[in-house]
Write a protein that binds this ligand. Structure first.
Ligand code: SF4
Length: 184
């Protein structure tokens, strides 16, 4: 696994910040899953990529444990003010585009190399690939395009950022979205 190569690719994909993940900082915290269950985002039990559809915490932890190395990435954007909801949505959309671009490149490389390259990619927020998620009546329509969030896997994003030398908050009138690419 050439992590330096994928670090460069992550920057080319548009991410503002890219760091190699310290694998020991991947600490699954049951309290994060409880935050999902509180359903402040309204997506709990509504999306295959969110809890409980994405699997219980033990399954998520098991998927994380087979990864060897990874990249922690962020899209950071300037807002006009703290009520700039349009700017926040635009930054979220840019983050998703950056995420999809890099993941597609990794998936293409995997198709060429076979099983020697695989990735678990975790994004920010619920999966919005379909207008309405197929959960729970039908299986996920696009498993290759769906993405769970870092939080859905029980990882506390601000702690993960701090532990890997990244800021979580870039100051007044900014927003940062975080994602994780884990290679197996
Ligand atoms: S790809 Fe569609 S069906 Fe699958 S998790 Fe995302 S929104 Fe739901």
């Amino acid at each position: 696994m050439d992590l330096i190569y994928w670090k460069d690719k992550a920057r080319e994909a548009g991410f503002s910040e890219v760091v190699e993940l310290k694998m020991e900082t991947l600490v699954v915290n049951p309290e994060v899953r409880k935050m999902c269950e509180a359903n402040t985002c309204g997506q709990y039990g509504k999306n295959w990529a969110c809890p409980p559809g994405c699997g219980d915490l033990e399954e998520c932890e098991s998927s994380l444990s087979v990864c060897d190395c990874g990249l922690l990435v962020q899209t950071v954007a300037q807002l006009e003010d703290s009520f700039d909801f349009e700017g926040m949505a635009a930054a979220g959309s840019t983050h998703w585009k950056n995420f999809s671009r890099l993941r597609s490149q990794i998936q293409e490389a995997k198709a060429k190399k076979g099983d020697s390259l695989d990735v678990l990619a975790l994004a920010a927020g619920s999966c919005t690939h379909c207008k309405t998620c197929a959960y729970p009546d039908d299986p996920c329509r696009f498993p290759e395009a769906a993405a769970s969030s870092v939080e859905a896997y029980g990882l506390l994003v601000n702690q993960l950022c701090v532990d890997n030398g990244l800021a979580y908050n870039y100051g007044e009138n900014t927003i940062a979205y975080t994602a994780l690419f884990l290679f197996k």
